[in-house]
Ligand binder design. Sequence first.
Ligand code: GTP
Length: 612
Amino acid sequence: FTQDRIRNFSIIAHIDHGKSTLADRLLELTGTIKERADNKQVLDKLVVERERGITVKAQTVSMFFEHYGQRYLLNLIDTPMHKDRNVKLGTRFKGHVDFSYEVSRSLAATQGCLLLVDAAQGVQAQTVANFHLAKKQGLKIIPVLNKIDLHGAEIHRVASEVKSLGMAREPLQISAKTRLNIEQILPAVIEYIPPPTGSRTSPFRSLLFDSWYDKYKGVICLMSIKDGVLRQGDKIQSVHSGQKYDVTELGIMHPEQTPTKQLYAGQVGYVVCSMRSASEAKVGDTFARVGSRVEPLPGFEAAKAMVYAGIFPVDTNDFQKLDESIKKLTLNDSSVSVSKETSTALGQGWRLGFLGTLHMDVFRQRLEQEYEANIIVTQPTVPYKVIRKGGNVKYIRNPIEFPSLDDTSRSVAELQEPMVLATMVFPEEYLGSLMDLCGARRGEQVDYGYLDETRVLMKYRLPLAEVVTDFFDELKSRSSGYATFDYEEDGYQKSDLVKMSVLLNSKPVDALSVILHRSQVEFVGRDWVKRLKNVIQRQLFEIIIQTTVGNKVIARETIPPMRKDVTAKLYGGDVTRKMKLLEKQKAGKKRMKKIGNVELPQSAFYDFMGSK
Ligand code: GTP
């Protein structure tokens, strides 16, 4: 296939607008898969089969299609968005874009995309965000209205919404479900999206945009070949790490791995190349032949964690097992950053960095469900910036690293927190309530306007820390589920940040300190002492729980002492119950941690983190 017979494209859409269904139709239409009566989605099935493919994995397929007597190679590049179907997450998480960097690298492997919009639901927050991502990269965008078979489809209204985003082209109108007008899609792709540029005779250069771990073959990379040719046996090198690899197998996804002799400039395919760990396959990296000097492709960023949390075993005996489980999970997800952490309160554990809270929740859930891990996850922290008086910048990912009062007055010039630009789309009756919400979360309105007569598109600049907590849930509940939401990073901003500590009988509990904006200290401080009082057992002496900032006490609660006999509160003579309780107490003792003179079982932390 010469380059003018190749098209690389993707489908971008809001969640549930029909991306997988349309992809399946295109695979059927090109004979890549057999037509199926049961409507089951092939792409998702592949994802599940792929060694329990993790959330951020995309599925990419090559298809052959004849148009005016010419054969074309069409590569459909999936954008890794919310492929979390094998992890049973509620729909409340759907539509979060933790993976916008991964999406942008997938888009960088294409020259254009289909922007798919549900003709009944209309343009949603994710549609807007995806549209901007694609536009920023100069891609050709073909708007497509899907689900026009539905009674509720409002083709005219939604077409004008699409136009108001700034898309000149009239949208195609299809039903992926009934196959209506499906045959219009691929000709539009061929005619409207340009073929890849790049030259077969230039030195080899490729973009890595996805990877996964295969039990038998090891790390499998998906690459977009930008220049030159790649063959089996070639020696290639990562431009960013300098690591060298031997290409042992390569080919196209048709729809599964199909080996070929070579991959030419313009093609997209899989490459197996003696990589030992998924962490070596950095999304956005450029590969070149060993010894050849090429310019790295633009846009590379090291996986950037947005949310950090400490993870500790509830039972310290589980440390080894948990260590292995975390290693196994990260084998398939190089975007999780891992370092060891030791806490006086919780013992040995890890500090993990995630792309966002969805990513964190998926990881946690997999640890608990697939590896039956019993873990304590500390309050998540975003990466804050400390700017020293000399201009030196340090990122803090753990409240323990927060500068002390002394240090602050002596040498800290400024504290900064990460910001996001949030896009929300919702019916106008929720405007007041959602503006209140954004205001309460320290947001600043950037833009607001009507998408059509009744729906509002609103943009706010918000601190990331405010978004990673329960913002999404709150947004959904205030809008009866109608508001959609998406965000992108938006730099750092000076902020009045403090570290709040928790003290038990005057001794700080390191694992419970947290970085907050000064305006929240009062509320959180009071809430925490109350909740801690509920999870800490009475002991033989009085326990004073305090939250403090610097030397100032924010809130305080007292747990009065108790008598030693734990069975005293059981009336009557149920002996087995008494025995059980005593045994439980004994087991609990083993895992007790001492904070000063206060004994605290690990499970109290678990209960605290899970309480609201
Ligand atoms: P995620 O992968 O979860 O983001 O969803 P998606 O965008 O891939 O959507 P998917 O293809 O899973 O479709 C979502 C739902 O819409 C499914 O129940 C489909 O059967 C349905 N659907 C897709 N296309 C059409 C259509 O043209 N008409 C109707 N009536 N339903 C459709």
